[in-house]
Design a protein around this ligand. Structure first.
Ligand SMILES: O=C(O)Cc1cc(O)ccc1O
Ligand SMILES: [Fe+2]
Length: 431
């Protein structure tokens, strides 16, 4: 695949209007007696009808056939993709870390290659998230996927993804992220072959931009950098298998035609992509460093103000200038639980052991912080302005503890020696 030439529309939560064939959108009403060109009008509501206006998300689609035109559903086998906190699983009380998950372990496509690393909450209670990795080497062909359990925040780590969705097409590459709303059909092609990445499946309130408080009206992730697709439809003949995730189970059905048949749409419920290179990073320009909440790209609030169901936080390239300051993260333990991944480069608190395509998990009140090497360096180095470059780590941070899966604990990637990275931190007290 050459560089992407797709067109997009800009703005987080914006009201977009787009037609692949001019004249396909009705004007002045959503549901005329007959829609233009004999299309079917169909509404998808991503929030309750009566959700506050600022949170309300819905889109009207004008399509060649409505979504009801499917066959019966049969069970579909996907055992590695789990939903919610597994009640019978053991949750170790210690820090956990995984080596890069082996792409060769995933022979299939984006659906079959999904492996849950850790999950919390309960999809039926619309609360919590799952942290997955996808390990795949095949494009989805004559197949589409729809997730009724939550929205999906996809963080590619290796290999570009070419997504086809009901609202149009998006190309994403490592360093970019894509957000697929709950219930929107999509398929994933792999222009670079073998691909790996992370997914946050969010059963709770939809991700949105965080409040900016005293930061003001600009900064962090700016709304205009979120890109929605333009309407596009497929004409490819042949049956399409629809795989649906519904209440933690997987189902398959067959459609005689492609479900990517939306000729025009308008609304504010859309897939979105975002390039993390556009994140306006804020940090200390005096001393100390602020809490990592300054790196929040998107937040899924819970019912308790300020205590997120999930924050999606990135640690992008940035200047470190703080004076008389230990610059990496301090030693800490938090109420919030932290699942971390690394897209590329090194993370300043763990320059060696935390590698791209791997992960770490520091659950509620589990102490962690810089390893011995990072501590020694950061506490003795000459503090000049320094660019942390070529690095992109991220965190799915949740108020709910993550429970690691069997794949995580027994699949071969678990770093049994993780705790030894702090073992050499001696008592150097010199009164
Ligand atoms: O654990 C981590 O590396 C993430 C993190 C970074 C930071 O600067 C402060 C707290 C925190 O959890
Ligand atoms: Fe932390």
């Amino acid at each position: 695949m050459t560089e992407s030439t797709l067109r997009y529309q800009s703005g987080f939560g914006n009201e977009h209007a787009t037609e692949a064939v001019p004249g396909a959108l009705p004007h002045g009403r959503n549901s005329p007696q007959r829609a233009p060109f004999e299309l079917y009008a169909e509404l998808i509501s991503g929030t309750a009808f009566t959700a506050p206006r600022a949170e309300n998300r819905r889109t009207w689609m004008y399509r060649r056939q409505p979504s009801v035109v499917t066959g019966a559903y049969q069970p579909y086998d996907q055992k590695a993709w789990l939903t919610g906190a597994p009640r019978d699983a053991v949750m170790p009380p210690e820090p956990l870390r995984w080596a890069p998950f082996d792409i060769a372990a995933g022979a299939g496509d984006f659906i079959d290659g999904m492996h849950t690393v850790a999950a919390n909450g309960d999809a039926e209670a619309q609360s919590g998230i799952a942290a997955h990795v996808y390990l795949c080497r095949q494009s989805m062909q004559q197949r589409a996927f729809v997730n009724a359990d939550g929205e999906m925040l996809i963080v590619p780590q290796q290999g570009r993804l070419a997504l086809t969705t009901e609202m149009g097409r998006l190309d994403v590459k490592p360093g970019e992220i894509v957000l697929i709303p709950r219930g929107v059909l999509f398929k994933v092609a792999l222009p670079d072959g073998a691909s790996r990445g992370y997914v946050c499946e969010n059963y709770g309130a939809q991700f949105r931009l965080p409040e900016l408080g005293p930061i003001g009206s600009n900064g962090l992730a700016n709304p205009r950098d979120f890109l929605a697709p333009v309407a596009a439809f497929e004409d490819t003949p042949g049956e399409v298998e629809i795989v649906k995730k519904f209440g933690g189970r997987f189902w398959r059905s067959t459609m005689k035609h492609s479900p990517f048949n939306v000729v025009a749409w308008h609304g504010n419920l859309t897939p979105l992509k975002y390039d993390t290179a556009n994140f306006m990073t804020i940090g200390s320009i005096s001393f100390d460093h602020p809490d990592p909440s300054i790196f929040t790209v998107l937040t899924s609030p819970s019912d308790t103000p300020g205590t997120a169901n999930c924050d999606f936080v990135i640690f992008p390239p940035r200047w470190m200038v703080a004076e008389d300051t230990f610059r990496p993260p301090w030693y800490h333990r938090n109420l919030m639980s932290e699942f971390m991944g690394l897209v590329y480069g090194e993370y300043d608190a763990k320059p060696q052991g935390f590698r791209p395509g791997g992960a770490s998990l520091h659950n509620c009140m589990v102490p962690h912080g810089p390893d011995e090497e990072a501590f020694e360096k950061a506490s003795t180095t000459q503090l000049t302005p320094h660019k942390l470059d070529n690095t992109l780590a991220f965190m799915f941070e949740s108020r709910l503890r993550f429970i690691p899966t069997r794949f995580a604990m027994e699949g071969g990637a678990l770093d049994a020696a993780y705790a030894t990275c702090w073992a050499g931190l001696k008592d150097k007290f010199k009164p």
